[in-house]
Design a protein around this ligand. Structure first.
Ligand code: BES
Ligand code: ZN
Length: 639
């Protein structure tokens, strides 16, 4: 099997070159240093020869076959006038025919080869496209097990009468439903025609026809246009029995009929969040911002598909306690969708930035106390994750993901260590200067893909050059590359959590029974913090908590997940049925993997986890299934 893995070390080399530069001796601000063109070890695409500029999809959604079936046209820019082979990414696609043409005229069938699949990267599709060809048209269909698609039976939806389909393209799953250059280095606009069974609505990360959703006219034939160029991981589609409810002139919610009103209520602050974001970080450049509420098997909390964030229903709690998720996905409209990580090793540029923006927005809208709780909880999670991770590089902002699934790099490290790094810089330069810096970073890199090296070069030029004494390159290097947290990390503090610590201690020391604790006003975040910091408990203590606070019966899935982690860890058997129910009905990885991981620590727990997983796995998304499978098999190997 041929593999086109490009030299991985380029970005690292240029990075160390620029962090070690002596800022005091540099001539006055030159243009941003030219950083060598990055390459993406998670794509076969030969992006130095061809770049996709526009993509036209025409797909039929077949629920019976669990297949998307149709064609895609890729419009290409030729960077290499002599190149005669276009290499695309695919995974598990049936490729029926490939044609090449010039400017959309005179397509002719061309030869193509589909390589043997690599377990992580899929199969390179090599298309003979000699000059001057600059378009290809590919007839294809997907397979039922496509990693980026979840086909739901009616029983898995809120309404229980219609099937549902959604895509999840990040990180490298777009290739399982579209043959394309599946790398965030490439941006393209797109258009699509999607045909569905009558009565169902299709929505995409694009301009949607709101009228169709609002008046219930379901032709089964929908057209979409995405005028801004986006990376492949943001192409998204969902099909189901969906309604639309507006929240403001430019925001609204798509959801199943029984969910849409509750969702619109829960997320009514979205417009206010947008206004705050725009005031601090610059214009929102995507037109509308709508939310799509998915069924509970959605494997993430949210996914920032442009114009249409995908959201787990588990954040609809009735008290806005988890709306930071919306702030997070909205913030990606700047950090991620507008300025995009060049490769998955630069992931902290997406998620660390986004968490920093999230905390800023939460403080602006709900006050500093709420922001502090979010920050402190994130930092708490980070500490636990750092203690658990085995490879040193995984604890840094510069992981080595070559040869690994980029989904494995999705830990608290890029999110929370990244956000703490930015908060550290903010503390050094002051909030006004740092906000302005971030805004100029977004403006000057809009619609571009960026590396960590580029960020550091920009930081140096815009902030460090004038005030070189504020932060040294050794300090920055420690933030990026040391497996240890820098000694001068400012760990966030929360008064609300100090109260929780006091309550927990009083209970653990026996000075207060559980019923006497003053928990009536606790936020979800306080409950999380209360449970996350429990030492091992006896069955009697677990019983007291459960009976006093009804934890096994809570309808808040985030509190439930943290409680069931304790149930698993401390082998509290009376709550096993409720725990199993949780694992059977929810597919959001963050709410299930920690419970499985805890169960797998002990032999009886591992056996139970394996049994539950066998029964639950068909309801999980392929990505979640893979993640739980890896968690359990790693534990089985250890024991
Ligand atoms: N873009 C991510 C989800 C993602 C990351 C999908 C990597 C696939 C690969 C999204 O913005 C996210 O971070 N979701 C979090 C939300 C949370 C941090 C508020 C989640 O799903 O938990
Ligand atoms: Zn995110």
């Amino acid at each position: 099997m041929k593999r086109v893995l490009l030299p991985p070390a380029l970005a690292l080399l240029s990075l160390s070159a620029c962090t070690s530069v002596d800022t005091t001796r540099r001539p006055a601000a030159p243009a941003e240093p030219v950083v060598s063109a990055p390459s993406d070890p998670h794509s076969y695409a030969n992006t130095s020869a061809f770049r996709t500029r526009h993509l036209a999809l025409d797909l039929r959604v077949d629920f019976k076959q669990r297949a998307l079936d149709g064609r895609v046209v890729l419009e290409l820019e030729r960077l290499d006038p002599a190149a005669d082979t276009l290499v695309l990414d695919t995974r598990g696609l049936n490729i029926q025919a490939v044609e090449a043409g010039v400017d959309g005229t005179g397509y002719t069938p061309v030869h193509f080869d589909l390589d043997e699949p690599d377990p992580i990267l899929g199969s390179a599709l090599r298309i003979f496209a000699p000059p001057p060809a600059n378009r290809v048209r590919i007839e294809y269909s997907t397979r039922p097990e496509a990693s980026g698609l979840q086909w739901l039976d009616p029983e898995q939806t809120a309404g229980k009468t219609h099937p549902f389909l959604f895509t999840q393209s990040q990180a490298i799953h777009a290739r399982s439903w579209i043959p394309l250059q599946d790398t965030p280095l490439v941006r393209a606009t797109y258009e699509a025609r999607i045909r569905t069974p009558e009565g169902l609505l299709a929505v995409m990360s694009a301009e949607n026809e709101i009228a169709a959703a609002a008046d219930g006219a379901r032709t089964g034939d929908y057209r979409f246009r995405m005028p801004q160029p986006i990376p492949s991981y943001l192409i998204a589609l969902a099909v189901g029995d969906l309604r639309f409810q507006p929240m403001s002139a430019r925001t609204g919610v798509y959801a199943e009929p029984s969910v849409v009103a509750r969702a619109a209520q829960e997320f009514e602050d979205t417009e206010a969040m947008m206004k705050r974001c725009e005031a601090i970080f610059g214009p929102y450049r995507w037109g509308r911002y709508d939310l799509l509420i998915l069924p509970p098997s959605f494997p993430y909390g949210g996914m920032e598909n442009p114009r249409l964030t995908f959201v787990t229903p588990t954040v609809i709690t009735g008290d806005k306690g988890l709306v930071s998720l919306i702030a997070h996905e909205l913030a990606h409209s700047w950090s991620g969708n507008l300025v995009t990580n060049a490769t998955w090793a630069d992931f902290w540029l997406n998620e660390g930035f986004t968490n920093h923006l999230t905390y800023r927005i939460m403080e602006e809208i709900y006050g500093p106390g709420r922001g502090a709780q979010e920050r402190a909880l994130g930092a708490n999670d980070l500490k636990a994750t750092l203690a658990r991770l085995e490879r040193d590089a995984d604890k840094t902002l510069m992981p080595d993901l070559v040869g690994r699934d980029p989904d494995d790099g999705v830990t608290d490290v890029p999110y929370e260590r990244g956000a703490l790094f930015l908060a550290y810089l903010e503390s050094k330069f002051g909030r006004p200067a740092f906000d302005a810096f971030l805004r100029s970073w977004f403006d000057s890199h809009a619609f571009q893909s960026v590396t960590t090296a580029q960020f550091l070069a920009y930081l140096e030029r815009e902030l460090l050059l004038e005030r070189p004494a504020v932060v040294s390159s050794a300090q920055i290097d420690a933030w990026l590359r040391s497996p240890l947290m820098p000694a001068d990390t400012v760990w966030p503090q929360s008064d609300a959590f100090a109260q929780v610590d006091a309550a927990r201690n009083a209970w653990l020391e026996g000075t207060q029974p559980a019923a006497n604790l003053d928990t009536a006003q606790w936020s979800v975040r306080q409950w999380q913090y209360f449970l996350d910091n429990m030492p091992p408990l006896s069955p009697a203590q677990m019983k007291a908590l459960d009976e006093t606070f009804g934890l096994s019966k809570t309808r808040n899935a985030v509190i439930a997940a943290r409680w069931f982690r304790l149930v698993a860890r401390d082998a509290y058997a009376p709550a096993y049925p409720a725990m199993e129910q949780h694992l059977q009905t929810i597919g959001r990885m963050l709410l299930i993997t920690p419970v499985y991981r805890e169960l797998a620590q002990r032999p009886e727990g591992l056996a139970l986890a394996q049994r539950i997983f066998r029964e639950a796995r068909n309801g999980y998304h392929p990505i979640a299934r893979d993640s739980v499978r890896k968690t359990l098999s790693a534990a089985a190997k250890k024991s």
